[in-house]
Write a protein that binds this ligand. Structure first.
Ligand SMILES: O=P(O)(O)O[C@H]1O[C@H](CO)[C@@H](O)[C@H]1O
Ligand SMILES: O=c1cc[nH]c(=O)[nH]1
Length: 290
């Protein structure tokens, strides 16, 4: 059955609705960044850029780094944009836009996020790189999809540990791609950890400016959580959904996080741009060996 034009929406030029991309515009290695200005920072290290486009916050450039074809795309901030970016990237490789049918042979992408994040454990120090071994989702997106892809033991341990308002979405934990983790984990610069993802920067990450939060000890509860030898090291706003949708759609995913704030010490990086630049170069070097 062809997918209806209200569901798979194509622009008049045949590109997909939000991303403005056609299947031939993307590589199998996809780097996602939140900030649209970070796209050009990544591709400034490319040997060649062969394609670029932008619609809203979704800026894309495709090119070659050390002979490897890669696409860099900005997702903007938040889980809602990840739902769009992951579904549309998958459609580009796994749905035939002419027939609107799902292709018989599955095409796998490797999706690597280069993001910024706030450390919540003392060892998630400013300007370090956290490799997310798992995404801990407080956002609820996964519950809108039929799924059986969570790390069940870790999720169960988190449910037993957390004491928060029942009005909040049920948290879920999804593991990173093991092959991508092996590629990135061989470097002393990398700190492995579980990355908490939530649907806001202030209240949902336990920040109070003028508003009081419900569950005032939420971050303390996250700091104290342990599963085997794992702890939640950092918080940001995309990783859990990237991991969840990648796993559901059969793609590999890994999230790399530049720690620019540390919530346990109350400090912010003196030079976040330099830290992000260093993570970009580190990630590109690793991906050139994929
Ligand atoms: O720097 P990026 O990749 O946008 O990531 C982090 O920064 C934004 C919040 O400032 C959120 O998107 C969060 O996940
Ligand atoms: O604390 C932080 C820092 C960056 N991004 C976030 O989402 N949280």
């Amino acid at each position: 059955m062809p997918i209806a034009s209200s569901e798979l929406i194509l622009n008049p030029d045949g590109s997909i609705y939000h991303l403005n991309l056609k299947p031939e515009n993307i590589a199998d290695i996809i780097i996602t960044v939140g900030d649209q200005d970070r796209v050009a920072k990544v591709t400034s290290y490319f040997d060649e850029i062969i394609f670029e486009t932008q619609k809203r916050e979704f800026k894309t450039q495709t090119g070659f780094y050390r002979g490897k074809k890669m696409t860099v795309i900005s997702t903007g901030i938040g889980i809602d944009n990840i739902d769009i970016v992951l579904n549309e990237l998958d459609a580009l490789v796994n749905i035939d836009f002419e027939t609107r049918e799902i292709k018989l042979r599955h095409h796998k992408l490797n999706i690597i996020r280069i993001g910024t994040s706030g450390g919540i454990q003392p060892h998630a120090e400013l300007d370090k790189f956290i490799m997310s071994e798992a995404g801990v989702g407080f956002d609820g997106l996964l519950h809108y999809y039929k799924n059986d892809i969570t790390n069940k033991e870790a999720t169960k341990a988190l449910h037993a540990h957390l004491k928060v308002s029942s009005k909040k979405p049920e948290p879920y934990i999804v593991d990173a791609d093991p092959d991508l983790m092996t590629l990135f984990n061989t470097d002393e610069k990398v700190i492995p950890g579980y990355t908490g993802t939530n649907l806001g920067f202030y209240g949902p990450q336990g920040r109070t400016l003028r508003l009081e939060t419900e569950d005032a000890d939420f971050i303390d509860q996250l700091v104290d959580f342990r599963f085997q030898d794992k702890s939640i090291t950092n918080l940001e706003m995309e990783t859990s959904a990237i991991y969840a949708l990648s796993k559901l759609l059969g793609h590999g995913a890994l999230s790399m996080n530049a720690i620019i704030a540390n919530r346990s010490t109350g400090n912010f990086s003196k030079d976040p741009k330099a830290t992000v630049d260093s993570l970009i170069q580190f990630t590109l070097d690793k991906l050139s060996k994929l």
